[in-house]
Write a protein that binds this ligand. Structure first.
Ligand SMILES: [Zn+2]
Length: 280
């Protein structure tokens, strides 16, 4: 139960988002130290549920892990400039999955900076190409926000690598949250790091093509990676100890067992937190 409560309170993505007025949009940082996690690794955008965390790895050219939604566009561009780059310098955006809050801004990149390339797993690619607004959560979860189709430059599969400079990004397919959810594993400053998007704690519903059995298997896969740091798609900072990472993954495994029992009567966009509150 402790684990379930932790999961519900700390990690589940239950959003109440009606609009994104200009003045409430996230702002870029004033100094690099505000966004630096390790030398060469920066959090360049992210804001609650509406802008998934965006990480910039310098290879030395910037590679982005996710690019967030258009709500975080000014924050993202401002932080890239702070690092001394133009948005057009970005070599790749590698999407952890195809949800609006993690990759919608790619439509703006492709319009304004078309040299920036986009990679996503095969399991989610068709949905972003077709701008499937139910799958992406743009329609009901985000109350009909603007979105657009996105061109895919590279389709990723399990165990592929994206090599930029001396940096290798290994793709680990971790479906469950979506069919094409991935964790992107790399080494920075001798640490084995995974950017997992919402693969760990982002279950939604069958209508989004989530799958609890896949989720369970993906968590076991992540446990076996023996990571030093784990970045989740909406957290403020990484889990940076092996014990903490194991604890979070095992807690989520407990939740999958609970959620599997509910899968038959799946309710659209209802988070685990709501279900626990109701005692179902
Ligand atoms: Zn998601």
């Amino acid at each position: 139960m402790r684990g379930i409560i932790f999961l519900a309170t700390m990690t589940f993505l239950v959003f109440q988002i009606a609009a994104f007025p200009e003045e409430e949009r996230p702002k870029s940082a004033s100094t690099i130290s505000e966004i630096e996690h390790l030398h060469g690794l920066y959090k360049v955008a992210g804001h609650g549920g509406e802008v998934g965390s965006v990480y910039c790895v310098l290879t030395p050219d910037p590679v982005l892990i996710d690019c967030g939604s258009r709500v975080g566009w000014d924050q993202l561009i401002g932080n890239l400039k702070l690092l001394g780059f133009s948005p057009g310098d970005v070599r790749w955006v590698i999407a952890t999955h195809g949800h609006w809050d993690h990759m919608d801004a790619m439509a703006l990149f492709q319009k304004e900076f078309p040299s920036v390339k986009f990679a996503i797993h095969a399991g989610d690619a068709q949905f972003v190409v077709n701008d499937d607004r139910v799958f992406s959560c743009a329609e009901p979860l985000y109350n009909g926000v603007e979105s657009a189709p996105v061109k895919v430059d590279r389709i990723l599969l399990d165990n592929d690598t994206v090599n930029v400079g001396n940096t290798v990004f290994r793709i680990v397919h971790t479906p469950g949250h979506t069919p094409g959810s991935i964790s992107i594993v790399t080494k920075i400053a001798a640490k084995k790091i995974a950017f997992c998007g919402d693969s760990v704690d982002g279950y939604y519903a069958l209508i989004n093509r989530s799958n609890t059995i896949d989720w369970q298997n993906s968590l076991k896969k992540l446990l076996a990676l023996n990571l030093d740091w784990l970045y989740r798609g909406h957290s403020q900072c990484p889990e940076d100890s092996k014990d903490e990472i194991r604890s979070i993954l095992e807690t989520c495994l407990e939740a999958t067992t609970f959620k599997r029992k509910k899968q038959e009567s799946d309710e659209v966009y209802r988070g685990l937190e709501d279900e626990m509150r109701k005692g179902t």
